[in-house]
Design a protein around this ligand. Structure first.
Ligand code: PBG
Length: 361
């Protein structure tokens, strides 16, 4: 797409590029068709059934992926204060949890681990008996049909809270891109061995998709897809997640690897690179402040399934406002998710998945 504006949604589909006449009529509708009083847009809004017939976007629980936080121990359930309705759970509790999720019709979960200990290189991430590895096995045996996606990153596992191993750049500490790639490759294989269905790298390292693909293929996991957090922004909306996953950086921020919220064209380069490296699925994150990015990525790559991450801060804002009686939680949440899908997302990672399943049941 050229220019800075997001063109009409029908241009998303390459086989229906508008003719010049159509393009003109989209901006000058009244020059070509009837206009008021012959044309009355409200006619199609008179009847609920008619509104349903002309509805362009529908949100379904089958579009949703539910995040879960796994902690060490047994029979441990630790509520996450900033995310009402979400707890850190020990792996043993996931047997019942997974069955309940399937019962609700939610097709997939994405796992985040809070390890028993953290160190400089995040070595707990690579253990076969690690929190996420155990959680995958529990879920797979309890609910084999539930798709298990694993978030692949080091921020939960390093004591400094950054998304990889550190390097000194003349007095400034930074994440060492290429050294981290090797660790991500090992982490991916470890998750796949435990039974993960989809690997989702979220660290925004250059070359991460290619490195993970190579490692998975070499370990005979050529059938395991990669969902790349391709356009992930350095966002304030991750605040509640960092409490939930105990993964806040201990110094500095993530601006040297996550994207600048001011940039949209750069997202198209990130996505194109990850696709060239072999990503099967692409993600934009966060979702609500980045609907333009979702729209543009969909337009640039209509043939690639696109995921959007409706992140923790987006969830907590609605929960907090609803708790104060300032917003109708159900209507707001459904409107948020519908807008993300309308922008072009095919699937949405959302903390609201269970609520939505109950509302739409
Ligand atoms: C990184 C990761 C983060 C989120 C998902 N994966 C946090 C970060 O980048 O700091 C945030 C998700 C959310 O806010 O819901 N492993």
């Amino acid at each position: 797409m050229e220019g800075g504006l997001c063109p009409p949604i029908r241009q998303m589909f390459w086989w229906t590029q508008p003719t010049p006449l159509e393009a003109h009529s989209m901006t000058q509708a009244s020059d070509f068709g009837p206009k008021f009083p012959q044309l009355r847009m409200r006619r199609l809004r008179q009847h609920a059934a008619l509104r349903e017939l002309v509805r362009e976007t529908e949100i379904s629980v089958r579009d949703l992926i539910l995040p879960l936080f796994v902690r060490p121990g047994s029979n441990a359930r630790q509520p996450i204060a900033s995310m009402p309705g979400h707890d850190q759970l020990s792996a043993d509790l996931l047997t019942d949890e997974a069955k309940a999720i399937v019962e609700l019709g939610i097709p997939a979960v994405i796992l985040f681990g809070i390890p028993a200990w953290k160190d400089l290189t995040g070595s707990a991430a690579l253990r076969d008996d690690g929190v996420v590895q155990q959680a995958i096995r529990k879920i797979k045996s309890a609910a084999p049909d539930l798709l298990v996606v694993t978030d692949l990153c080091y921020c939960e596992y390093t004591d400094h809270g950054h998304c990889g191993v550190l390097i000194d750049r003349g007095g400034r500490s930074d994440v060492d891109n290429d050294a981290t790639l090797e660790l991500l490759a090992q982490q991916a294989v470890s998750h796949a061995k435990a039974g993960a269905d989809v690997i989702a790298p979220s660290g925004m390292m250059d070359g991460m998709v290619a490195a993970i693909r190579r490692a998975l293929d070499a370990a005979r996991f050529d059938h395991t897809p990669i969902l790349s957090y391709a356009a992930k922004y350095a966002s304030a909306f991750y605040g509640p997640f960092r409490e939930a996953a105990e993964s806040a950086p201990q110094f500095g921020d993530r601006a040297s690897y996550q994207m600048d919220p001011a940039n949209a064209r750069e997202a198209l380069r990130e996505v194109a690179l990850d696709l060239a490296e072999g990503a099967d699925l692409i993600m934009v994150k966060p979702a609500l402040s980045y609907l333009d990015v979702i729209c543009r990525v969909k337009q640039a790559h209509p043939e690639v399934p696109l995921c959007a991450y409706n992140v923790s801060g987006e969830y907590s804002m609605v929960k907090a406002a609803a708790a104060n009686g300032w917003l109708d939680e159900r209507r707001t949440t459904l409107e948020v998710l519908t807008s993300i899908k309308r922008a072009g997302a095919d699937m949405i990672i959302t903390y609201s998945a269970k609520d939505v399943a109950q509302w739409l049941a």
